[in-house]
Design a protein around this ligand. Structure first.
Ligand code: PMP
Length: 308
């Protein structure tokens, strides 16, 4: 599995500090109680230099996550955009992964967080294909997880916060232990929800299907990107509840997320998806996605923020 590759600098509340100094106390509220809001964003190498993909949309989701948990971020969107660009340049990185974090630090003894300061960090480091280059090319073998996703109105699935990732960890560890690369989880009602860290799309009869934002899954920026690209290409898109069995009977299946990008799924529970090879609509959307993020196609939606 991918170990972290260190870079030189991390931005912390307005200053750049050496990577090794970005520590928090054992009893920080976020360590005790999971209260670290975060984002995962990719910066790509383009012919015009490094460019961050949908930076403002990711930061918007981060502010939303903070609002739900009543965490006041000291920094404006424009300040964090500027800090992110400066950080990548200062680390002399080209393609990299950015992990903004807003966490509750040291202070509060118990669960009530208000005596802990809200701290903002921007780390980034080089990170290649999350599921491997072969996964992007040939697809992954997935299973349906025995772990369901959280129910609506238990903990908010739309907030990207550390505590939520206990669910993803169980889902992913089970999949790996059983010899699969990924898992797709069902919601509490048994309908399709999402992967351990990806949203799910089904292709059937030339149309694209994905579950709605139903309180069990994260509203992915890549999900939104794929829906937009499909509409641009004239592919019908249906956002609707989906049953488990469509995973077995659909023509094509893929998962998508910042880390995973657009990754085809070639089998589910050892049943081949279609004929087991990557289908034409999956490949087309994947190609369009990769062309835009890598600056090979025109960025008609204004999704790239140049670092320089
Ligand atoms: N679901 C979960 C649980 C995730 O962690 C992620 C990755 N952030 C996604 C979906 C996909 O979201 P995005 O496309 O914004 O990365």
């Amino acid at each position: 599995m991918a170990k972290i590759t260190e870079s030189d600098w991390i931005w912390r509340d307005g200053e750049f500090i050496p990577w090794k100094d970005a520590t928090v106390h054992l009893l920080a509220h976020s360590v005790q109680f999971g209260s670290a809001v975060f984002e995962g964003i990719r910066c790509y190498s383009t012919p015009k230099g490094p460019a961050v993909f949908r930076l403002r949309e990711h930061l918007k989701r981060m502010y939303n996550s903070c609002k739900i948990y009543r965490m006041d971020v000291r920094w404006t969107m424009d300040e964090l955009v500027a800090a992110t660009r400066e950080l990548i340049a200062k680390n002399k990185l080209d393609a990299c992964y950015i992990r903004p974090m807003v966490l509750r630090g040291y202070g509060a003894a118990g669960m009530v967080p208000h005596d802990s300061p809200v701290e903002t960090y921007l780390p980034c480091w080089p990170w290649g294909a999350y599921l491997g280059d072969e996964a992007l090319e040939k697809g992954v073998d997935a299973c349906v997880s025995s772990w369901h996703r959280v129910a609506p109105n238990t903990i908010p699935a739309a907030a990207k916060i550390a505590g939520n990732y206990l669910s993803g960890q169980l889902i992913k560890m089970e999949a790996l232990r059983n010899g699969f690369q990924e898992a797709i989880a069902l919601g509490p009602d048994g309908m399709l929800s999402e992967g351990s860290g990806q949203n799910v799309f089904v292709v059937d009869g030339g149309a694209l299907y994905t579950p709605p934002i139903d309180g069990t899954l994260l509203p992915g920026i890549t999900r939104d990107t794929v829906i937009t690209l499909a509409k641009d290409a004239g592919i019908p898109v249906h956002v609707q509840p989906l049953t488990r069995e469509v995973l077995y009977t659909s023509d094509e299946l893929f998962v998508c997320g910042t880390a995973s990008e657009v990754t085809p799924v070639k089998s589910v529970d050892r049943l081949p998806v279609g004929d087991g090879s990557v289908g034409p609509i999956t490949r087309k959307l994947q190609q369009q996605f990769l062309d835009i993020v890598n600056g090979r196609a025109r960025d008609v939606h204004g999704w790239l923020t140049p670092v320089r």
